[in-house]
Design a protein around this ligand. Structure first.
Ligand code: ATP
Length: 254
């Protein structure tokens, strides 16, 4: 079953065209890495899929619902973990989970149990009444991740989920994502670094300047790179083959 279906998606911010006709279908139970350089349009696509921006042309269906006509039905069924969200930092994590769980109509006991399990798994520990504003970037990222999973959504969108996490936490989050797909969930996440995603993604979609330029398994994409068709983009996304910057001098013309 397709959980995401996109037909000719075009998006502009005022005069600036950002997405130039995206076609995409994602089957349930996959981990999909949505990869592209800075400004390629990844966050824009994810915000549209999450029902947060209805100003676009084309057709976008998520879990069988048209996101423009039924954004609420979409939001009920998905989890959305943005790269950096305006989190209520005056609250403690527990208060924040209670707020988010309440918005999803979850009984408090369920919210508490799930958040405790996830905190333990992600090794997030803090003082009893500690507020989120005293947390590090990585700790806040974990709170966001946990709050986005509380209602056990079937489709989970993550925007740069590993940014700001230490090496051990990266491993934990990757394991968590794999564990979720083993339970039948679908994961769609963005990154601008290829190597972050290659090991866990069933499928990789490469986005370049608002267009999908490759879509397949890592092996399939690798073959295209070797044939030369994706070489430049690949080196940009992996950092491979970049010229040395040791000679760089920003005061050279003075
Ligand atoms: N609210 C906005 N108003 C105007 N332009 C925007 C807005 N949001 C994004 N853009 C522009 O749309 C383009 C795509 O941005 P987007 O954030 O989707 O890229 P991205 O692939 O997620 O990049 P990054 O990896 O840097 O997060 C960029 O040129 C950006 O400047």
């Amino acid at each position: 079953m397709s959980v995401i279906r996109i037909r000719n998606l075009r998006k502009a911010y005022f005069q600036k065209k950002v997405l130039h006709g995206i076609d995409l279908e994602v089957e349930a139970g996959q981990i999909v890495g949505y990869i592209g350089g800075n400004g390629a349009g990844k966050s824009t696509t994810i915000r549209i899929l999450a029902g947060l921006d209805s100003r676009f042309d084309g057709e976008v269906e998520v879990m069988g619902f048209d996101v423009q006509k039924n954004p609420i039905e979409v939001k009920r069924r998905i989890g959305y973990i943005p790269e950096a969200a305006d989190i209520y930092e005056m609250l403690s994590p527990r208060e924040f989970y209670e707020l988010v769980g309440g918005l999803q109509d979850l009984p408090w006991e369920i919210t508490l149990k799930r958040s405790q399990r996830l905190e333990e798994y992600l090794q997030l520990s803090y003082g009893e009444d500690q507020r989120i504003d005293s947390f590090s970037k990585g700790m806040k990222q974990k709170v966001l991740l946990i709050s986005g999973l509380l209602h056990d959504p079937d489709l989970i969108f993550l925007d740069e989920p590993l940014a700001g996490l230490d090496a051990n936490s990266v491993i934990r989050v990757k394991e968590l994502l794999q564990n979720l797909t083993e339970r039948g969930k679908t994961i769609f996440y963005s990154s601008h670094i290829m190597e972050v995603v290659e090991k866990i993604s069933d499928r990789i979609i490469l986005l370049d300047k608002g267009k999908i330029v490759a879509n397949g398994t890592f092996a399939e994409i690798n073959a295209q790179v070797r044939s030369g068709s994706l070489e430049n983009l690949f080196s940009e996304l992996t950092g491979a083959g970049n010229e040395s910057i040791s000679d760089f001098d920003f005061t050279a013309d003075e």
